[in-house]
Design a protein around this ligand. Structure first.
Ligand SMILES: Cc1cc2nc3c(=O)[nH]c(=O)nc-3n(C[C@H](O)[C@H](O)[C@H](O)COP(=O)(O)OP(=O)(O)OC[C@H]3O[C@@H](n4cnc5c(N)ncnc54)[C@H](O)[C@@H]3O)c2cc1C
Length: 548
């Protein structure tokens, strides 16, 4: 495929003229001469963040730590009003630095004293401040990390082993619903729960088909694909993105038409942070009934859970698309005894009322009884994903239960059924390739919530257990490649990126060969110096793919 070069720009960063450059140099000299950290008395007032029961309000002063003056003075030079931008910048000497950083670290595994922190955090309120932060980050040789909801499974939005500037979208969360055209523009910092809530304030019959966790950010979620409980009816979140505002490595703002279809393809599932910065997504809303029905049914092995699950593997991918049943597996004791069992929670959501749900369940799963429940929690976790394409036999399931029962109770497992409309998408429609033929996605994680850190002997033993379980599962899951979900990013899969052979070890698992190669070609075109990088970003090679 020929690379497309976009000529149309929505807006362009201003180039410095000689007089401005002199002024900047003067400012930098002044800053460097300062023996004490510079104090700016402007107060910062970040919007209180109230999600999932935790409310935070952040107020502080700006101090400039030695080492970050170059970056700050660059921002000062780029900004029309430095007083206002200074209220949105945090350095390590600033009393709010740690709370601001911690507020968005949504996996407590990376909220540790020893976790490397940014040199500077910028919390822009508008696109031109994002551009200034990007250009100054580049100019002064920092790496960049972009944070929306902060849920990255490897902490890649909040930490890095090199000096970096973090752009945190906490102040860019506006949501603009257009009920007439069934669309919504969402700025990159909005959380899924905020999107659902804002839509529900405008309409009871439109919805955006995304994930269950309300604090996951729209910025990261759609960049990796994004599944949810309407997956079987409306596909992935990324299948329902219709436009974008996107900042490239030069600070230019592109939309779908100016970036061209190739880059628009890449950022919906290929990991947007390899290519640039998403400022806002335009999403298609889908029709939903005013009333939906939810249920949770728990079954243990003694209550026939193995047989129900065995049947689930083949029935669910073909059942009415209005029904989604997620399953969680837990190892636990039988009553007050020491005997261990597997408990399965069947968590269903149905786009309709119980009048039609109950006959549907009676026909397909007469074994289930219905109650109602919803739960949400903040975790310290390490997770791994798989896709299952052939039903696991009863014998295979029993071996899996045995392995799970060897775990100390820190592991949980989530099963999301596929099929439905997912079978109608080609695996190259967007970079996310796990489509036709997938029966279900299996996500496993171990929790370190009861441990002071994820490096205690117990935590390390849990990580080790997860690795061994991963190896044990190999005969039961997809192969060539063994597929994995990029949004459940896992650095254990490998971080080699010097050549295609090295990178394919992890890249083909997330995207398969054709999509991964296409992402590499697009990356070489839009970010040839590999400015947007992290340990599993789309790589740049010294030789082009066609020469290999
Ligand atoms: C509790 C929990 C529940 C989850 N549930 C689901 C689910 O139901 N369905 C599902 O598909 N996934 C789910 N996930 C996975 C989730 O989609 C990914 O972790 C996702 O990357 C999180 O996005 P974020 O914005 O919250 O995280 P962040 O850590 O902010 O970002 C994740 C990645 O995206 C990049 N990024 C963030 N914002 C931007 C931007 N504006 N421009 C460019 N790049 C950006 C970051 O740099 C980072 O590389 C869940 C994760 C957790 C922890």
């Amino acid at each position: 495929m020929q690379p497309q070069r976009s000529s149309k720009r929505l807006s362009k960063a201003k180039e410095p003229n000689p007089t401005e450059k002199q002024q900047e140099e003067k400012k930098e000299t002044r800053m460097n001469a300062a023996k004490e950290p510079l104090r700016n008395d402007a107060r910062l007032n970040l919007k209180a963040l109230c999600i999932s029961g935790s409310c935070r309000s952040l107020v502080s002063n700006l101090y400039v730590t030695p080492g970050s003056e170059d970056f700050i003075s660059c921002l000062r030079w780029h900004s029309n009003n430095f007083t206002s931008i200074s209220q949105l910048i945090f350095t390590t000497a600033n009393s709010s630095f740690l709370p601001v950083w911690q507020a968005g670290v949504n996996n407590a595994r990376f909220n540790q004293p020893e976790t490397p922190k940014p040199s500077v955090i910028v919390t822009p309120v508008n696109e031109s401040q994002v551009r200034n932060a990007l250009l100054c980050t580049k100019k002064h040789g920092y790496e960049i990390r972009i944070r929306s909801g902060g849920h990255d499974f490897e902490g890649l939005s909040s930490t890095a082993d090199v000096p970096f500037v973090m752009i945190d979208f906490i102040n860019m969360r506006s949501i603009d619903v257009d009920v007439v055209n069934s669309t919504v523009w969402v700025q990159a910092g909005a959380a899924l729960g905020e999107v659902y809530y804002t839509i529900s304030q405008k309409t009871d019959t439109l919805y955006f088909p995304a994930g269950l966790c309300p604090t996951v950010g729209i910025g990261g979620y759609l960049g990796g694909g994004g599944y949810g409980n309407l997956l079987r009816k409306y596909g992935l979140g990324a299948d329902n993105v219709v436009d974008v505002r996107f900042m490239d490595v030069n600070g230019d703002i592109l939309d779908r038409s100016s970036m061209g279809e190739e880059l628009f393809w890449a950022i919906r599932g290929g990991g947007a942070s390899s290519f640039g910065i998403v400022l806002a997504w335009k999403l298609r809303l889908v029709p939903v009934p005013e009333l939906v029905t939810v249920f949770v049914v728990n079954k243990t092995l003694e209550e026939g859970a193995t047989e129900i699950f065995h049947k689930f593997q083949t029935v669910m991918p073909n059942i009415d698309r209005n029904l989604h049943i997620r399953i969680q597996w837990f190892g636990e004791n039988v009553g007050n005894t020491t005997k261990k069992t597997i408990k399965m929670a069947f968590e269903g959501i149905y786009q309709g009322t119980s009048d039609t749900l109950i006959p549907l369940l009676e026909e397909n799963f007469p074994e289930l009884n219905v109650t109602q429940e919803i739960s949400i929690s903040k975790l310290s976790i390490k997770g791994k994903s798989d896709y299952i394409r052939a039903p696991i036999s009863i014998e295979g399931l029993k071996k899996i239960w045995e392995k799970i029962l060897e775990n100390d109770g820190s592991a949980t497992f989530q099963i999301n059924p596929f099929g439905g409309i997912m079978n109608e998408y080609s695996e190259t429609t967007i970079p996310y390739p796990h489509r036709a033929g997938v029966l279900f996605q299996l996500f496993k994680m171990v929790n370190f919530g009861d441990q002071p850190s994820y490096t205690t002997p117990t935590s390390l033993a849990r990580r080790d257990w997860l690795q061994r379980f991963e190896a044990f599962l190999e005969p039961y899951v997809s192969s060539n490649p063994r597929e994995a979900y990029f949004n459940y990013i896992d650095l254990d899969l490998g971080v080699g990126s010097d050549n295609y052979e090295e990178a394919s070890v992890w890249g083909e698992r997330y995207w398969k060969s054709d999509n991964f190669k296409k992402l590499i070609r697009i990356k070489a075109r839009v970010d040839p110096d590999n400015f947007f990088r992290h340990p599993q970003s789309i790589p740049i090679f010294s030789t082009s793919l066609s020469d290999m």
